[in-house]
Design a protein around this ligand. Structure first.
Ligand code: AMP
Length: 224
């Protein structure tokens, strides 16, 4: 069993889920006038739903809750709100996944207070039903056991976070790229082409969190 339960999501999976989500929405007889993405996770699904539902108006609101992959921060907060008059409009609020549900609850409340739309409904591809504080009006997958969805739009970001975690918790003084690649399946149940690990490590060196010594990588004070 890996230390963190993860699922690798492909672009084809995303396209299929958004298509199915659009079918569920159409089947309900309700149609939005506008789509509001919860940025950044909801941005790609929101854009695909615009396409599948022939909706031309899309805006976003940015909420921060999981700044590091698979590690939640204490409280969801709105980083960039949306201040627009949406009176009379039916709004579909879209995110990739409803996990704790905190982002959705906060985004919906803020949107209703700031923009006064006629109605807001929520759509996500995944809904982690045992832990989520809200049930999306529309979803495709009910997830019964918590898992980190490794979506294609956080590929590098997640690999960087997962690499950080290896350096912090892996109990080794230094790592080679090969050792990092070998640890991923064991820790996360995931494996990638070599270029992903190389690029993640390059970024961590750029951020001043890793240094290269004799062909191996070591955490600097900043990462430790
Ligand atoms: P939450 O407020 O807990 O519902 O989640 C906020 C955002 O964090 C989601 O919209 C995702 O972009 C990201 N996120 C949270 N949980 C997961 C997960 N299990 N897998 C992938 N991304 C997640």
């Amino acid at each position: 069993m890996p230390k963190v339960n993860c699922k690798l999501v492909s672009w084809d999976d995303v396209m299929k889920w958004c298509w199915e989500l659009a079918e569920v929405i159409k089947g309900s007889g309700w149609m939005p006038d506008m789509i509001v993405a919860i940025s950044r996770g909801g941005a790609v699904p929101a854009r695909l739903l615009c396409d599948c539902l022939c909706v031309s108006d899309m805006m976003s609101i940015q909420v921060v809750h999981w700044p590091t992959a698979a590690e939640v921060s204490e409280k969801a907060r709105v980083k960039y709100p949306l201040k627009l008059d949406l009176s009379g409009k039916k709004v579909l609020l879209v995110d990739d996944i409803a996990d704790t549900g905190d982002s959705l609850i906060l985004a919906k409340k803020t949107l209703e207070a700031d923009c006064k739309p006629a109605e807001v409904r929520i759509a996500t591809m995944q809904w982690i039903s045992p832990v989520c504080k809200v049930k999306p009006d529309y979803y495709v997958d009910e997830v019964k056991e918590w898992i980190w969805y490794q979506y294609p739009w956080t590929r590098l970001e997640d690999i960087i976070d997962f690499t950080r975690r290896l350096f912090k918790e892996g109990g080794k003084e230094s790592w080679s790229l090969e050792e990092i690649a070998e640890a991923f399946p064991e820790w996360y149940g995931l494996s990638y082409e070599d270029r992903w690990y190389r690029t993640a490590v390059e970024w961590l060196v750029r951020f001043g969190e890793l240094e290269k010594v004799d062909g191996r990588y070591r955490a600097t004070e900043k990462l430790r």
